[in-house]
Design a protein around this ligand. Sequence first.
Ligand SMILES: *Cc1c(COP(=O)(O)O)cnc(C)c1O
Length: 217
Amino acid sequence: MSLTDISEQIAKAEADAGRTAGSVKLIAVSKVQPNERVTAVLDQGHRLFGENRVQEASDKWPAFRETYGDIDVHLIGPLQTNKARQAMELFNAIHTVDRPKLAKTIARLSQEMGHCPDLFIQVNTGEEPQKAGIMPAETDAFVQSCRALDLTISGLMCIPPIDEEPALHFALLKKLADRNDLTGLSMGMSSDFKSAIALGATHVRIGSAIFGERKAT
Ligand SMILES: *Cc1c(COP(=O)(O)O)cnc(C)c1O
């Protein structure tokens, strides 16, 4: 696979679903990948990446931005409140707003800093105890509480359980987004992005299918 293959497959999935060409953004998930694989994708002109750790991203992206100019980098992994400020300085979007304390911290910092990245709420659609995210039944109330804090929410994000049919989770996320007037849907990875696009994804997060397998960490 390569960036070109994946971009073509996304375009085809958009067309098959009757969706506007270009309506799905490809987040190239570069976590743990060696720099030469990342620069190869930058050299092809791609400018939207995903990272799951604040520290790793802050070691990597300032230098790439210096060389390549504007690059959008999205945080797709868990965020500790004590790293929220650093994350808000570094990332263009945070996909993992997953608890009230974090929402409150981001709201306070955005007042103070005068800007805020795009925000997605992570929903634990599989209700898995070990996984982060707001429970589906609590999502409406959480969206409202974020709005009460003056936060603009761009959409919802989910990571389906590995052993279940992802389409069920994508459909649930879409339903939760629709009834809260949210247009962004961050869903779909290397193995299931076509299904996610058919069910309304606006952001797919694809790592290994673009860069190759990650080294175990
Ligand atoms: C690593 C990661 C991805 C990318 O996974 P691939 O299977 O390599 O496409 C997507 N989303 C999240 C939240 C991740 O942590």
